[in-house]
Write a protein that binds this ligand. Structure first.
Ligand code: ATP
Ligand code: MG
Length: 420
């Protein structure tokens, strides 16, 4: 070990576990790429004001969890705590919404930073794959995203996840509900901070995890009873479309989520094997966000799935991903001359598209064969002085154990053929 360790709340991804992370990112993004979503990448930091306005001044993310910094030039920046505000900012800046092709469908994958209390499944640096569909109000779009996330989790082999669904109303009906909620909450026995929250962001109080708070919320006014007809119809259509797709969900009228920008459809994916950090992903519709960051009216919907927690969920369910071995051929030279010759064969194989590796460092046969085994290679190529004198290499099938001498000049072609 060196003098240094990964900073508090972070961890390194190293082989072999890192391969699972790559496979999860791939599995989550594949259904998006197949459904018209284009890849977008934005900087790891943004102007702090973007998140203050776009995520919301009253959210935990902005008040407590952001890594902010002042540059030497005096700019106020923040490491990105989430993806939606950045992606929308970038889409507006590139005028993607003006290309006359709405919705603008984008997917992204990257690192996010939140100054949180580190726990299992809760880190200060974590990884998300996300999707945003910008500029269209259509219940089929909300349904599409929920169905694609479900498809992604299922393709990984996850089964113990549930989809929680709610509607948060829109700018017509939400304010009416907000006031009724505030009136109800003001009469409860709550601490100072929660009382302040009632005034700034009362919906968040519904999300309070404490039992003594939840007990007082038994008769809290339900948003469902306040939804306007347009919101009700929209929500029913989303529910009907995902039901028709065979995707099971649970109505959860207390689901509000931590970000200020959500309107109408909100959803969360929870996994029952993860203890208290049970949310593996979440999202919803954010019709007002574009205007909040100075753009035109662009009703949009999106989600972000946490890669770290998805990997933990796989481990909790005992799902082993079927990851193909990365090396197909492993070359073991015995002696200087064989080293030169086999290194040439390995290069030739790689150029022919065959994944090949080599026993570097002039190790003995035993150690090199151990590495060959560990590499997962289907074939090894072994050559010593005698083989070279006869113009052959020994080709060993690691599955059957069968070994055959193959003319050196035909080795690469023979392997390419056998590997299909
Ligand atoms: P939580 O309620 O657990 O704090 P959140 O509502 O803050 O989650 P989102 O902002 O919706 O989470 O982010 C989407 C996903 O990103 C989460 O469902 C989770 O899988 C992941 N995520 C969020 N924060 C963290 C974190 N600190 N460490 C690891 N993963 C995280
Ligand atoms: Mg959080």
């Amino acid at each position: 070990m060196s003098t240094f360790q990964a900073p508090k709340g972070t961890y390194d991804l190293t082989p072999p576990r890192s391969a699972t992370f790559l496979a999860v990112r791939e599995a989550i993004s594949a259904p998006l790429r197949d459904s018209g979503y284009g890849y977008i990448e934005t900087p790891g930091f943004e102007n702090v004001e973007l998140f203050a306005r776009g995520v919301g001044e009253s959210t935990d993310i902005v008040t407590k969890e952001m890594y902010t910094l002042t540059t030497k030039g005096g700019d106020q920046l923040a490491l990105r705590p989430e993806g939606t505000a950045s992606v929308l900012r970038a889409a507006l800046e590139a005028n993607l919404h003006k290309a006359g092709n709405l919705p603008v469908k984008l997917w992204y994958s990257g690192s996010y930073y939140r100054y949180e209390r580190p726990q299992a499944g809760r880190y200060r640096h974590f990884s998300q794959v996300g999707a945003e569909a910008i500029g269209t109000e259509d219940p089929a779009l909300d349904a599409e995203l929920i169905i694609l996330a479900d498809q992604a989790y299922r393709s990984l082999g996850l089964r113990q996840f549930r989809i929680l669904l709610n509607s948060l109303g829109d700018k017509e009906c939400r304010p009416v509900y907000r006031e009724a909620l505030q009136t109800f909450l003001r009469d409860l026995d709550l601490d100072e901070e929660t009382r302040r929250r009632i005034e700034i962001n009362p919906l968040r109080v519904l999300d309070d995890k404490r039992a003594d708070v939840q007990k007082q919320l038994t008769d809290v006014p339900k948003l469902r009873d306040y939804l306007c007809d347009a919101c009700k119809a929209y929500h029913e259509e989303v529910r009907a479309l995902i039901t028709a797709a065979g995707v099971a969900f649970e109505d959860d009228e207390k689901l509000v989520r931590g970000l200020d920008y959500y309107t109408r459809t909100t959803f969360e994916f929870v996994h029952d094997g993860l203890g208290s950090q049970s949310a593996v992903g979440g999202g919803g519709r954010y019709d007002g966000l574009s205007e909040m960051i100075g753009g035109p009216e662009l009703p949009s919907v999106g989600w972000a799935l946490g890669v770290d927690r998805t990997v933990l969920a796989l481990e909790a369910e005992g799902v082993e991903l079927d990851l193909p071995a990365t090396t197909s051929v492993y070359a073991v030279p015995l002696g200087e001359e064989a080293r030169r010759v086999l290194f040439g064969v390995v290069t030739e194989l790689r150029r022919a598209g065959v994944a090949a590796d080599f026993a570097f460092g002039g190790r003995g046969l035993k150690g090199a064969m151990k590495s060959a085994n560990r590499s997962g290679a289907r074939y090894t190529l072994v050559a010593g002085e005698r083989d070279l004198a006869e113009g052959v290499v020994q080709l060993k099938d690691m599955e059957s154990g069968e070994q055959t001498a193959v003319p050196l000049t035909e080795a690469a072609a023979e392997l390419a053929k056998r590997l299909g």
